[in-house]
Design a protein around this ligand. Structure first.
Ligand SMILES: Cc1cc2nc3c(=O)[nH]c(=O)nc-3n(C[C@H](O)[C@H](O)[C@H](O)COP(=O)(O)O)c2cc1C
Length: 170
């Protein structure tokens, strides 16, 4: 399976990176292809709401920045992993920009290949996930109808084992 991981943490050795690395290792051990983007190191602007993509653009975003790499990867991805720290009760702004830019590629429907989704979240306090989970459940599982492989947080003492278990079952 081809898996696209979007890491929205700017900390290369942070909690989100640890979850991403655990997942990548376990999924690759099962012969899945895992492509990771550290979106904080990319030049990705927010959506302009110009609607070019839903008109003349025919699904193509008018902005030409590093989001092009993610659009290309998305075309044949079968699983999407959204990984981010919690900043002020939501995912980091860097990953939010990427999700908003999905407007051209995942709205109103996702590419036919995309079937599964998972989320890795990291925060200082352990009751901070409601906002991020609301958007995951509403937009990716509910609206797009993707199969959820779970939401994993750094406050779960067994998170490493649980992520490995999820990857092994893919
Ligand atoms: C700008 C900013 C906002 C944050 N807001 C919250 C917050 O609202 N709630 C919380 O529990 N932690 C908050 N934190 C802490 C991070 O979520 C926490 O340190 C997280 O584990 C960092 O993940 P990382 O190591 O993957 O970068 C914030 C950190 C930063 C830098």
């Amino acid at each position: 399976m081809k898996i696209l991981v979007l890491n929205g943490s700017p900390r290369p050795n942070g909690n989100t990176a640890a979850m991403v690395n655990t997942f990548k290792k376990a999924a690759e051990a099962k012969c899945h292809e895992v492509v990771c983007f550290n979106v904080c190191r990319m030049n990705i602007k927010g959506c302009l709401a110009c609607e070019y993509c839903h008109g003349k653009g025919n699904g193509v975003c008018v902005q030409k920045d590093d989001m092009q790499q993610i659009y290309t990867a998305l075309k044949d991805t079968e699983m999407l992993v959204l990984a981010a720290p919690i900043y002020y009760h939501g995912i980091s702004g860097q990953l939010k920009c990427v999700i908003d830019r999905f407007y051209s590629a995942l709205y109103p429907t996702a590419p036919a290949s995309l079937k599964k989704v998972a989320m890795f979240l990291s925060s200082g306090d352990d009751d901070m996930y409601v906002g991020a989970k609301f958007s995951y459940d509403g937009d990716f599982v509910g609206y797009l109808g993707l199969e959820s492989c779970g939401v994993f947080t750094n406050h779960d003492p067994d998170v490493t084992a649980r992520i490995r278990e999820m990857a092994n079952k893919l």
